[in-house]
Design a protein around this ligand. Sequence first.
Ligand code: NAG
Ligand code: NAG
Ligand code: NAG
Ligand code: NAG
Ligand code: NAG
Ligand code: NAG
Length: 254
Amino acid sequence: MRSAIWVMTAALCAGVLGAPTDKFSYGSASPGEMKVLSEYFSLLGDKVRAGKQMASAPVCDLSQAAMPVAPTPLPNPSTGLSLKHVAIGRGTQNYSCSSTNSSAAPVALGAVATLYNASCIASTYPDLLAMLPDVALQFNLTSTDQNTLSPSNLAISGHHYFQNATTPAFNLDTAAMELGFAPCSKNNSVSAPAGALVGQADTGFGAVTWLKLVTRTGATGNLEEVYRLNTAGGNPPATCVGMPTTFEVQYAAE
Ligand SMILES: *[C@@H]1O[C@H](CO)[C@@H](O)[C@H](O)[C@H]1NC(C)=O
Ligand SMILES: *[C@@H]1O[C@H](CO)[C@@H](O)[C@H](O)[C@H]1NC(C)=O
Ligand SMILES: *[C@@H]1O[C@H](CO)[C@@H](O)[C@H](O)[C@H]1NC(C)=O
Ligand SMILES: *[C@@H]1O[C@H](CO)[C@@H](O)[C@H](O)[C@H]1NC(C)=O
Ligand SMILES: *[C@@H]1O[C@H](CO)[C@@H](O)[C@H](O)[C@H]1NC(C)=O
Ligand SMILES: *[C@@H]1O[C@H](CO)[C@@H](O)[C@H](O)[C@H]1NC(C)=O
């Protein structure tokens, strides 16, 4: 009962992060979903109450943000770079499967995700930031142009897609701000930590790897490196047994 009250309180007060606006049915949530959401709204409630004691709004200073580190760390950002943007990405990893060999592994086709501006959260509430991919995974996007990330009110800040099989790209040019365009190649990947959310409704095949990407020729806005961290969901099953020739797996990441 206590957690239910927390949910209500946080939802009503949360000017910074917003109330659930979605068709998500709490009544049908799995235990894991309920845990993710109640921890999030409980922490959000703490922030909202603490915020009321502050003399002024928190300052969004990206130099205060700290990068999450996996058990096997990714290489550090290169010397001389500074953090330009932090986004929560929400979308799908796409895969193809052999129609003739069900014991083959699915093949990655790329990903499509919408990016939401979490720069302020990263610099002010890193604990809340770390939860956001798990929380975001519980809500499907209604379109790739959905303006805010349910159940928060983080605003859209770009799009992620693949230009070809080896070129993940990040378009951070929006009407609100032109941060640049970053076509990338993979520099390094490490496993997501044990305990990362495996998928929606407590089922799924695990969280996609954490990545370090570096930009290719054609990048703008002085963008040089991109990290994918705090992943939730996105992995395919180990084999193609019972899978269609193409399919999507829901995922979220920072
Ligand atoms: C099916 O895929 C498995 C796993 O990759 C492989 O070992 C096997 O040789 C493949 N069979 C055929 C007929 O291609
Ligand atoms: C992934 O799936 C989405 C939705 O079906 C589709 O729009 C997109 O083109 C697919 N992307 C890739 C790389 O297959
Ligand atoms: C992200 O949000 C912060 C705070 O509202 C704002 O200052 C910044 O310009 C936004 N960045 C982008 C890329 O929209
Ligand atoms: C999200 O969409 C997938 C289909 O792509 C569906 O299987 C799943 O149940 C949806 N999840 C939620 C939380 O709506
Ligand atoms: C994919 O695109 C990149 C960047 O444009 C290019 O360098 C690379 O050769 C392309 N790869 C393939 C397989 O087409
Ligand atoms: C990753 O980046 C480092 C530093 O720039 C470089 O030395 C290394 O060769 C890169 N590795 C790959 C696989 O691109």
